[in-house]
Design a protein around this ligand. Structure first.
Ligand SMILES: *Cc1c(COP(=O)(O)O)cnc(C)c1O
Length: 374
Protein backbone atom coordinates (compact mmCIF):
# COMPACT_ATOMS: atom_id res chain seq x y z
CA UNK A 1 0.00 0.00 0.00
CA UNK A 2 1.37 3.44 -0.93
CA UNK A 3 1.45 5.85 2.02
CA UNK A 4 -1.46 8.19 2.75
CA UNK A 5 1.07 11.04 2.86
CA UNK A 6 4.45 10.34 1.26
CA UNK A 7 6.85 12.10 3.61
CA UNK A 8 9.76 9.95 2.46
CA UNK A 9 9.46 11.25 -1.13
CA UNK A 10 9.44 14.82 0.14
CA UNK A 11 12.38 14.05 2.43
CA UNK A 12 14.55 13.09 -0.54
CA UNK A 13 14.03 16.53 -2.12
CA UNK A 14 15.50 18.48 0.80
CA UNK A 15 17.68 15.78 2.38
CA UNK A 16 21.15 16.91 1.26
CA UNK A 17 20.59 20.55 2.15
CA UNK A 18 19.15 19.62 5.54
CA UNK A 19 22.01 17.21 6.27
CA UNK A 20 24.51 20.00 5.56
CA UNK A 21 22.66 22.21 8.02
CA UNK A 22 22.56 19.39 10.61
CA UNK A 23 26.29 18.89 10.17
CA UNK A 24 26.93 22.57 10.80
CA UNK A 25 24.66 22.56 13.85
CA UNK A 26 26.50 19.54 15.27
CA UNK A 27 29.91 21.11 14.59
CA UNK A 28 28.89 24.29 16.40
CA UNK A 29 26.82 22.47 19.03
CA UNK A 30 24.17 25.16 18.49
CA UNK A 31 21.16 22.95 19.18
CA UNK A 32 18.88 25.44 20.94
CA UNK A 33 18.57 28.96 19.58
CA UNK A 34 21.19 30.33 17.21
CA UNK A 35 21.17 31.37 13.60
CA UNK A 36 18.90 28.63 12.21
CA UNK A 37 16.18 29.61 14.66
CA UNK A 38 16.65 33.32 13.87
CA UNK A 39 16.64 32.68 10.11
CA UNK A 40 13.61 30.45 10.37
CA UNK A 41 11.64 33.09 12.27
CA UNK A 42 12.71 35.77 9.79
CA UNK A 43 11.71 33.66 6.78
CA UNK A 44 8.34 32.80 8.30
CA UNK A 45 7.78 36.46 9.24
CA UNK A 46 8.53 37.50 5.65
CA UNK A 47 6.41 34.70 4.19
CA UNK A 48 3.29 35.48 6.24
CA UNK A 49 3.81 39.22 6.67
CA UNK A 50 3.47 39.04 10.45
CA UNK A 51 5.96 38.66 13.31
CA UNK A 52 6.69 35.01 14.08
CA UNK A 53 7.99 33.04 17.04
CA UNK A 54 8.76 29.37 16.46
CA UNK A 55 7.66 27.06 19.26
CA UNK A 56 7.75 23.40 20.21
CA UNK A 57 4.40 22.35 18.67
CA UNK A 58 1.06 23.57 17.39
CA UNK A 59 -0.44 22.65 20.75
CA UNK A 60 2.12 24.70 22.66
CA UNK A 61 1.50 27.56 20.24
CA UNK A 62 -2.15 27.57 21.36
CA UNK A 63 -1.17 27.32 25.03
CA UNK A 64 1.23 30.26 24.69
CA UNK A 65 -1.38 32.34 22.84
CA UNK A 66 -3.95 31.69 25.58
CA UNK A 67 -1.41 32.45 28.32
CA UNK A 68 -0.44 35.69 26.57
CA UNK A 69 -4.11 36.70 26.44
CA UNK A 70 -4.40 36.00 30.19
CA UNK A 71 -6.95 33.21 29.99
CA UNK A 72 -8.22 32.70 33.54
CA UNK A 73 -9.79 29.61 35.09
CA UNK A 74 -13.51 29.55 34.25
CA UNK A 75 -13.19 31.78 31.17
CA UNK A 76 -15.24 30.48 28.26
CA UNK A 77 -13.65 30.10 24.83
CA UNK A 78 -15.76 29.09 21.82
CA UNK A 79 -14.16 26.29 19.79
CA UNK A 80 -15.40 23.96 17.10
CA UNK A 81 -15.93 20.33 18.10
CA UNK A 82 -15.14 19.11 14.58
CA UNK A 83 -11.37 19.54 14.90
CA UNK A 84 -8.25 17.95 16.33
CA UNK A 85 -8.38 17.77 20.13
CA UNK A 86 -5.59 20.31 20.69
CA UNK A 87 -7.87 23.26 19.81
CA UNK A 88 -9.97 22.56 22.92
CA UNK A 89 -7.25 20.90 24.97
CA UNK A 90 -5.20 24.08 25.30
CA UNK A 91 -8.22 25.90 26.78
CA UNK A 92 -9.08 23.11 29.23
CA UNK A 93 -5.45 22.63 30.26
CA UNK A 94 -5.31 26.23 31.48
CA UNK A 95 -8.56 25.84 33.43
CA UNK A 96 -10.69 27.54 30.79
CA UNK A 97 -14.03 26.22 29.56
CA UNK A 98 -14.18 25.20 25.91
CA UNK A 99 -17.72 25.86 24.65
CA UNK A 100 -18.23 23.66 21.59
CA UNK A 101 -19.76 25.25 18.50
CA UNK A 102 -21.12 23.52 15.38
CA UNK A 103 -19.58 23.94 11.94
CA UNK A 104 -21.05 24.81 8.54
CA UNK A 105 -20.74 23.09 5.17
CA UNK A 106 -17.16 24.39 4.84
CA UNK A 107 -16.33 22.30 7.96
CA UNK A 108 -15.44 25.49 9.85
CA UNK A 109 -17.11 27.31 12.72
CA UNK A 110 -20.60 28.51 11.83
CA UNK A 111 -21.20 32.13 12.86
CA UNK A 112 -24.91 31.41 13.41
CA UNK A 113 -23.99 28.60 15.81
CA UNK A 114 -21.40 30.87 17.43
CA UNK A 115 -24.00 33.54 18.05
CA UNK A 116 -26.37 30.98 19.62
CA UNK A 117 -23.56 29.63 21.79
CA UNK A 118 -22.70 33.14 22.97
CA UNK A 119 -26.35 33.89 23.93
CA UNK A 120 -26.59 30.58 25.77
CA UNK A 121 -23.32 31.18 27.64
CA UNK A 122 -24.52 34.63 28.70
CA UNK A 123 -27.88 33.22 29.83
CA UNK A 124 -26.07 30.65 31.96
CA UNK A 125 -23.99 33.35 33.61
CA UNK A 126 -20.77 32.13 32.03
CA UNK A 127 -17.89 34.42 31.15
CA UNK A 128 -17.05 34.29 27.41
CA UNK A 129 -13.67 35.85 26.60
CA UNK A 130 -12.66 34.55 23.20
CA UNK A 131 -12.95 32.33 20.16
CA UNK A 132 -10.55 29.80 18.68
CA UNK A 133 -11.32 29.55 14.99
CA UNK A 134 -9.87 26.55 13.14
CA UNK A 135 -9.07 26.46 9.41
CA UNK A 136 -9.98 22.80 9.04
CA UNK A 137 -8.46 20.65 6.28
CA UNK A 138 -6.51 23.70 5.04
CA UNK A 139 -9.49 25.95 4.24
CA UNK A 140 -9.70 29.29 6.08
CA UNK A 141 -12.79 29.80 8.23
CA UNK A 142 -15.03 32.79 7.46
CA UNK A 143 -12.73 35.15 9.33
CA UNK A 144 -14.49 38.41 8.43
CA UNK A 145 -17.76 37.14 9.88
CA UNK A 146 -16.11 35.60 12.96
CA UNK A 147 -14.07 38.72 13.68
CA UNK A 148 -17.09 40.95 13.15
CA UNK A 149 -19.02 38.96 15.75
CA UNK A 150 -16.01 38.94 18.08
CA UNK A 151 -15.57 42.70 17.97
CA UNK A 152 -19.30 43.25 18.62
CA UNK A 153 -19.18 41.10 21.74
CA UNK A 154 -15.70 42.14 22.86
CA UNK A 155 -14.10 38.73 22.38
CA UNK A 156 -10.59 38.02 21.12
CA UNK A 157 -9.93 35.52 18.31
CA UNK A 158 -7.05 33.08 18.09
CA UNK A 159 -6.82 31.45 14.67
CA UNK A 160 -5.71 27.83 14.94
CA UNK A 161 -4.10 27.58 11.52
CA UNK A 162 -2.35 24.26 12.21
CA UNK A 163 -3.76 22.89 8.95
CA UNK A 164 -3.86 26.02 6.81
CA UNK A 165 -0.32 27.37 6.49
CA UNK A 166 -0.16 28.69 2.91
CA UNK A 167 -3.89 29.30 2.46
CA UNK A 168 -5.37 32.69 1.61
CA UNK A 169 -8.37 34.57 2.91
CA UNK A 170 -9.39 37.62 0.84
CA UNK A 171 -5.98 37.53 -0.85
CA UNK A 172 -3.97 37.48 2.37
CA UNK A 173 -2.52 34.68 4.45
CA UNK A 174 -5.09 33.14 6.81
CA UNK A 175 -2.34 33.37 9.43
CA UNK A 176 -2.80 37.14 9.45
CA UNK A 177 -6.22 36.61 10.99
CA UNK A 178 -6.99 36.60 14.68
CA UNK A 179 -5.13 38.67 17.25
CA UNK A 180 -2.73 35.71 17.32
CA UNK A 181 -2.58 32.87 14.81
CA UNK A 182 -0.92 29.56 15.54
CA UNK A 183 0.37 26.81 13.32
CA UNK A 184 1.90 23.34 13.57
CA UNK A 185 4.93 21.87 11.82
CA UNK A 186 4.00 18.29 12.74
CA UNK A 187 5.45 16.20 9.87
CA UNK A 188 2.09 15.49 8.20
CA UNK A 189 0.93 19.13 8.13
CA UNK A 190 1.23 21.10 4.87
CA UNK A 191 4.53 22.58 6.09
CA UNK A 192 6.07 20.01 8.38
CA UNK A 193 9.43 19.49 10.06
CA UNK A 194 11.05 16.18 11.07
CA UNK A 195 9.78 16.12 14.60
CA UNK A 196 7.52 18.44 16.55
CA UNK A 197 7.36 22.17 15.90
CA UNK A 198 4.99 25.07 15.52
CA UNK A 199 4.73 28.85 15.47
CA UNK A 200 2.73 31.83 16.65
CA UNK A 201 2.14 34.92 14.50
CA UNK A 202 1.20 38.27 15.98
CA UNK A 203 1.26 42.01 15.18
CA UNK A 204 1.00 43.43 18.68
CA UNK A 205 4.47 44.08 20.13
CA UNK A 206 3.47 43.51 23.74
CA UNK A 207 1.92 40.12 22.94
CA UNK A 208 4.99 39.22 20.89
CA UNK A 209 7.34 40.05 23.77
CA UNK A 210 5.16 38.22 26.24
CA UNK A 211 5.04 35.03 24.16
CA UNK A 212 8.81 35.24 23.55
CA UNK A 213 9.26 35.31 27.31
CA UNK A 214 6.61 32.66 28.06
CA UNK A 215 8.14 30.12 25.69
CA UNK A 216 11.39 30.36 27.66
CA UNK A 217 10.16 29.98 31.26
CA UNK A 218 8.87 33.55 31.43
CA UNK A 219 12.42 34.85 31.27
CA UNK A 220 12.97 38.58 31.75
CA UNK A 221 15.46 40.83 29.97
CA UNK A 222 18.32 39.01 31.67
CA UNK A 223 18.98 35.31 32.06
CA UNK A 224 17.78 33.82 35.34
CA UNK A 225 15.31 36.64 35.89
CA UNK A 226 11.62 35.83 35.45
CA UNK A 227 8.74 38.13 34.48
CA UNK A 228 6.07 35.45 34.09
CA UNK A 229 5.37 31.86 35.03
CA UNK A 230 6.15 30.34 31.66
CA UNK A 231 6.90 27.00 30.05
CA UNK A 232 9.62 25.53 27.85
CA UNK A 233 8.15 25.73 24.37
CA UNK A 234 11.20 26.30 22.19
CA UNK A 235 11.65 24.83 18.71
CA UNK A 236 15.19 23.51 18.23
CA UNK A 237 17.74 24.48 15.58
CA UNK A 238 17.53 21.22 13.61
CA UNK A 239 13.77 21.50 13.17
CA UNK A 240 14.25 25.13 12.07
CA UNK A 241 16.77 23.98 9.45
CA UNK A 242 14.17 21.55 8.07
CA UNK A 243 11.53 24.29 7.86
CA UNK A 244 13.99 26.65 6.13
CA UNK A 245 14.65 24.07 3.41
CA UNK A 246 11.03 23.03 3.03
CA UNK A 247 9.81 26.62 2.83
CA UNK A 248 11.79 27.02 -0.40
CA UNK A 249 9.75 24.32 -2.15
CA UNK A 250 6.50 25.06 -0.32
CA UNK A 251 4.71 27.22 -2.91
CA UNK A 252 5.39 24.67 -5.64
CA UNK A 253 4.06 21.96 -3.32
CA UNK A 254 0.86 23.90 -2.66
CA UNK A 255 0.31 24.27 -6.42
CA UNK A 256 0.62 20.51 -6.76
CA UNK A 257 -1.84 19.95 -3.91
CA UNK A 258 -4.38 22.21 -5.60
CA UNK A 259 -3.90 20.45 -8.94
CA UNK A 260 -4.42 17.06 -7.28
CA UNK A 261 -7.56 18.33 -5.52
CA UNK A 262 -8.92 19.64 -8.83
CA UNK A 263 -8.38 16.23 -10.44
CA UNK A 264 -10.20 14.51 -7.56
CA UNK A 265 -13.04 17.05 -7.78
CA UNK A 266 -13.54 16.50 -11.50
CA UNK A 267 -13.51 12.73 -11.14
CA UNK A 268 -15.62 12.36 -8.00
CA UNK A 269 -18.08 15.26 -7.92
CA UNK A 270 -20.99 13.09 -9.04
CA UNK A 271 -20.33 10.40 -6.44
CA UNK A 272 -19.69 12.36 -3.27
CA UNK A 273 -19.72 15.89 -1.88
CA UNK A 274 -16.31 17.33 -2.79
CA UNK A 275 -14.63 20.06 -0.69
CA UNK A 276 -16.28 23.47 -0.80
CA UNK A 277 -13.95 26.43 -1.35
CA UNK A 278 -16.02 29.60 -0.97
CA UNK A 279 -15.26 32.74 -3.00
CA UNK A 280 -12.35 34.72 -1.58
CA UNK A 281 -10.59 31.75 0.03
CA UNK A 282 -7.97 29.22 -1.07
CA UNK A 283 -7.29 25.83 0.48
CA UNK A 284 -3.93 24.09 0.90
CA UNK A 285 -5.79 20.78 1.22
CA UNK A 286 -4.13 19.57 4.39
CA UNK A 287 -6.72 16.85 3.81
CA UNK A 288 -8.80 16.06 0.75
CA UNK A 289 -12.10 15.17 2.39
CA UNK A 290 -15.23 13.75 0.80
CA UNK A 291 -18.71 13.48 2.29
CA UNK A 292 -20.32 10.10 1.61
CA UNK A 293 -23.64 8.62 2.65
CA UNK A 294 -23.17 7.57 6.29
CA UNK A 295 -24.67 4.14 5.47
CA UNK A 296 -21.80 3.31 3.10
CA UNK A 297 -18.84 5.25 4.52
CA UNK A 298 -17.32 2.57 6.74
CA UNK A 299 -17.79 -0.15 4.13
CA UNK A 300 -16.20 2.04 1.46
CA UNK A 301 -13.21 2.64 3.69
CA UNK A 302 -12.86 -1.06 4.44
CA UNK A 303 -13.03 -2.01 0.77
CA UNK A 304 -10.51 0.69 -0.14
CA UNK A 305 -8.08 -0.69 2.43
CA UNK A 306 -8.59 -4.21 1.07
CA UNK A 307 -7.60 -2.98 -2.39
CA UNK A 308 -4.52 -1.19 -1.07
CA UNK A 309 -5.90 2.37 -1.02
CA UNK A 310 -5.31 4.17 2.29
CA UNK A 311 -7.93 6.57 3.60
CA UNK A 312 -8.49 8.24 6.96
CA UNK A 313 -11.54 9.47 8.86
CA UNK A 314 -10.89 12.98 10.18
CA UNK A 315 -12.58 12.86 12.68
CA UNK A 316 -14.56 9.81 13.80
CA UNK A 317 -15.77 11.17 17.18
CA UNK A 318 -16.36 14.88 17.81
CA UNK A 319 -14.45 16.42 20.71
CA UNK A 320 -17.60 17.29 22.68
CA UNK A 321 -18.45 13.54 22.87
CA UNK A 322 -15.02 12.47 24.11
CA UNK A 323 -14.71 11.33 27.72
CA UNK A 324 -12.25 14.08 28.53
CA UNK A 325 -14.52 16.84 27.16
CA UNK A 326 -18.14 15.75 27.42
CA UNK A 327 -18.77 17.72 30.62
CA UNK A 328 -18.06 21.00 28.80
CA UNK A 329 -20.93 22.99 27.27
CA UNK A 330 -21.94 22.42 23.66
CA UNK A 331 -24.64 23.84 21.42
CA UNK A 332 -26.58 22.02 18.70
CA UNK A 333 -24.10 19.76 16.92
CA UNK A 334 -26.11 18.43 13.95
CA UNK A 335 -23.49 19.14 11.28
CA UNK A 336 -20.58 17.99 13.41
CA UNK A 337 -22.34 14.71 14.21
CA UNK A 338 -23.30 14.13 10.58
CA UNK A 339 -19.80 14.92 9.30
CA UNK A 340 -18.17 12.52 11.75
CA UNK A 341 -20.35 9.77 10.27
CA UNK A 342 -19.86 10.75 6.62
CA UNK A 343 -16.33 12.11 6.00
CA UNK A 344 -13.53 10.21 4.34
CA UNK A 345 -10.14 11.68 3.42
CA UNK A 346 -8.23 10.33 0.42
CA UNK A 347 -4.44 10.37 -0.09
CA UNK A 348 -3.24 13.95 -0.62
CA UNK A 349 0.37 15.08 -0.84
CA UNK A 350 2.46 16.90 -3.45
CA UNK A 351 4.28 13.72 -4.52
CA UNK A 352 1.15 11.79 -5.51
CA UNK A 353 1.65 10.92 -9.19
CA UNK A 354 -1.19 11.12 -11.71
CA UNK A 355 -0.86 7.39 -12.29
CA UNK A 356 -1.29 6.63 -8.59
CA UNK A 357 -4.10 9.15 -8.25
CA UNK A 358 -5.93 7.62 -11.22
CA UNK A 359 -5.66 4.23 -9.53
CA UNK A 360 -7.18 5.67 -6.36
CA UNK A 361 -9.97 7.30 -8.36
CA UNK A 362 -10.76 4.16 -10.33
CA UNK A 363 -10.68 2.04 -7.17
CA UNK A 364 -12.91 4.49 -5.34
CA UNK A 365 -15.44 4.60 -8.19
CA UNK A 366 -15.77 0.82 -8.34
CA UNK A 367 -16.04 0.42 -4.59
CA UNK A 368 -18.45 3.29 -4.16
CA UNK A 369 -20.71 1.95 -6.90
CA UNK A 370 -20.67 -1.56 -5.42
CA UNK A 371 -21.40 -0.34 -1.87
CA UNK A 372 -24.16 2.05 -2.97
CA UNK A 373 -25.92 -0.71 -4.90
CA UNK A 374 -26.32 -2.92 -1.81
C1 LIG B 1 -2.22 19.32 14.39
C2 LIG B 1 -3.14 20.26 15.00
C3 LIG B 1 -2.86 20.92 16.22
C4 LIG B 1 -1.70 20.56 17.09
O1 LIG B 1 -0.46 20.61 16.50
P1 LIG B 1 0.75 19.76 17.13
O2 LIG B 1 1.95 20.35 16.45
O3 LIG B 1 0.53 18.33 16.75
O4 LIG B 1 0.78 19.99 18.59
C5 LIG B 1 -3.75 21.87 16.67
N1 LIG B 1 -4.87 22.15 16.00
C6 LIG B 1 -5.19 21.54 14.84
C7 LIG B 1 -6.45 21.93 14.14
C8 LIG B 1 -4.35 20.56 14.30
O5 LIG B 1 -4.68 19.95 13.17
Amino acid sequence: MKPFIDLAAQGQVVKSEVLNAFSEIIDHAAFIGGKYVERCEQSLTDYIGRRCLVVSSGTDALVLALMALDLCPGDVVFVPSFTFAASAEAVALLGGVPYFVDVGSDYNMSVGALSNAWSDAKRRGLQPVGIISVDLFGLPADHDAIEHFASQEDLWVINDAAQSFGSLYQGESALKRGVISTTSFFPAKPLGCWGDGGAVFVDDDALYEKMASLRCHGQGAMRYTYQHVGINARMDAMQCAVILSKLKIFDAEVEKRVRIADRYNTALKDLAVTPLVPEGRTSVYAQYTLLLQPEVRDQVQKALAESGIPSVIYYPIPIHQQNAYKHFPAGDMSNTTRFCQSVLSLPMHPYLSEVDQDQIITGFKHIHQAESAI
